[in-house]
Design a protein around this ligand. Structure first.
Ligand SMILES: NC(=O)c1ccc[n+]([C@@H]2O[C@H](COP(=O)([O-])OP(=O)(O)OC[C@H]3O[C@@H](n4cnc5c(N)ncnc54)[C@H](OP(=O)(O)O)[C@@H]3O)[C@@H](O)[C@H]2O)c1
Length: 266
């Protein structure tokens, strides 16, 4: 039996398949998708195995990642239920769907975990929340952490906090992209080329984020270290404060959080 199966090889499924092949080796990975040519192309690139049906995927591997759209999930798991064996462990990646609801559609009690990845997983720099149904064995948590180890940073989180996590880390790349684009617009106004401005802005955001994670310093302290008295940086900071940059950022996360709660109501 192989270690891991992926049902659905779309944008996020594809990103996780690439990461899993790096983490546990392509010979341990089996994938399936109704678009057989999509699965075949991934296999040709990565060296994993494609099978023609979801039932064959769960029979071929222990840890089964469900990587279909949320609206497909109920029908897909109902159809999958008879093929599930005693050894299978399910991992849902669907945004907004609670594990208990998926298990109710499945009509069976199997160990189930849930992850919430973000798009940065595609380059191994994701921020991924991992949660599980009560009573799931520690060995399953660890196995999923190993499978995802090349997709980015994985943090354990209770399911009740996934909506908050999604509002920050799931939606966050869009906020940061907007910020980088706006910084670059300012630099273009100041005379840099578009390409220079985007590269310098993106590298600056990446470096600043790495400083926070690596130094363990509060961002306010790092900000103070850049702001010299009567200097240009504090002049820029004052403009951001004048336009409620921090309040707008907080409200963006809260708006996404409220929307996630609405979307999760069944
Ligand atoms: N993309 C993100 O940033 C992101 C972030 C966090 C979580 N997620 C979650 O990831 C899941 C997948 O999203 P995605 O963006 O990767 O969607 P996607 O690109 O549409 O991928 C879904 C894949 O599932 C396949 N599929 C459809 N019905 C199927 C079935 N019955 N059995 C097996 N495979 C089936 C689709 O094939 P066809 O194309 O042939 O229909 C497609 O390849 C969603 O639940 C989403 O909430 C995504």
């Amino acid at each position: 039996m192989k270690k891991v199966a992926f049902i659905g090889t779309g944008n996020m499924g594809g990103a996780l398949i690439r990461a899993a092949c790096r983490a546990v080796g392509p010979e341990q990975v089996v994938i399936t998708d109704p678009a057989a040519e999509k699965a075949a192309a991934l296999c040709a690139e990565l060296g994993c195995l494609a099978v023609p049906s979801n039932a064959e995927a769960v029979q071929a591997a222990k840890y089964v990642f469900l990587c279909v759209k949320p609206q497909i999930m109920p029908g897909m798991v109902k159809a999958l239920s008879p093929a599930l064996g005693e050894d299978n462990v399910l991992i849902t990646i669907a945004a907004g769907l609670k594990m208990a609801d998926i298990l109710a559609d499945l009509g069976k009690t199997v160990p189930m975990l849930r992850i919430m990845p973000n798009t940065c997983a595609a380059i191994g720099q994701g921020m991924i929340a991992l949660t599980a149904m009560p009573g799931v064995d520690e060995c399953h948590w660890q196995a999923v952490e190993e499978i995802l180890s090349c997709a980015g940073r994985v943090e354990r989180l209770e399911e009740a906090k996934i909506d908050a996590f999604t509002a920050l880390a799931g939606s966050g790349p869009a906020y940061v992209d907007l910020f980088i684009e706006a910084l670059a617009d300012g630099a273009v106004m100041a005379g840099l080329t578009r390409q220079q401005a985007l590269t310098y802005a993106a590298q600056t955001v990446m470096g600043s984020a790495a400083m926070i994670l690596q130094s363990g310093k509060h961002p306010g302290v790092l900000k103070d270290e850049v702001c010299s008295p009567a200097g240009s940086t504090i002049a820029g900071v004052a403009v951001l404060e004048q336009h409620s940059f921090r309040y707008a950022s907080m409200e963006a996360v809260m708006a996404a959080y409220r929307k996630n709660i609405d979307l999760g109501k069944r």
